[in-house]
Write a new protein. Structure first.
Length: 142
């Protein structure tokens, strides 16, 4: 499924933002779903498949519940650290795709980098807000 979606995206010259707009969902979640780390409901899956000119088989594949983080080599014991690993397992490829698409080939620096952690009060249970801000470093060509 992933290969077909990436090929259709490329052929259509669509961005992840374009696909997300078609799905009616966020760019991060839609991208993650197209990369096999989340699943879409029938309506969103149909919209993505239609937008990319792909068949019902791809729409059905987008609705399947994924085995998240299957590429993970190890699992941390500390629950907080494990959750950060889980975020990377589930959204790592999505982040890479979005950074590559918006900036070109390269990485986000973990040296020239800031991160803020805030508490956001919510009647349903307080939330953790993390903002990471890293300098983009394009790959050197020689």
């Amino acid at each position: 499924m992933i290969h077909h979606i990436l090929e259709a995206k490329k052929a259509k010259k669509a961005s992840w933002a374009d696909i997300a707009k078609a799905s009616g969902l966020s760019e991060v979640f839609t991208t993650s779903s197209c990369l096999g780390e989340n699943s879409l409901d029938a309506e969103a899956a149909g919209k993505v498949a239609t937008f990319l000119d792909l068949g019902e088989d791809i729409a059905e594949a987008l609705m399947e519940y994924p085995m998240k983080g299957e590429k993970a080599p190890t699992v941390a014991k500390d629950p907080t650290i494990y959750r950060f690993q889980e975020i990377i397992y589930v959204y790592g490829e999505t982040l890479k795709e979005l950074i590559d698409e918006k900036f070109g080939p390269g990485i986000m620096s973990a040296i020239d980098f800031t991160m803020d952690v805030d508490r956001v009060e919510d009647p349903k249970g307080d939330r953790v807000k993390i903002v990471m801000n890293g300098k983009f470093l394009g790959y050197k060509k020689w």
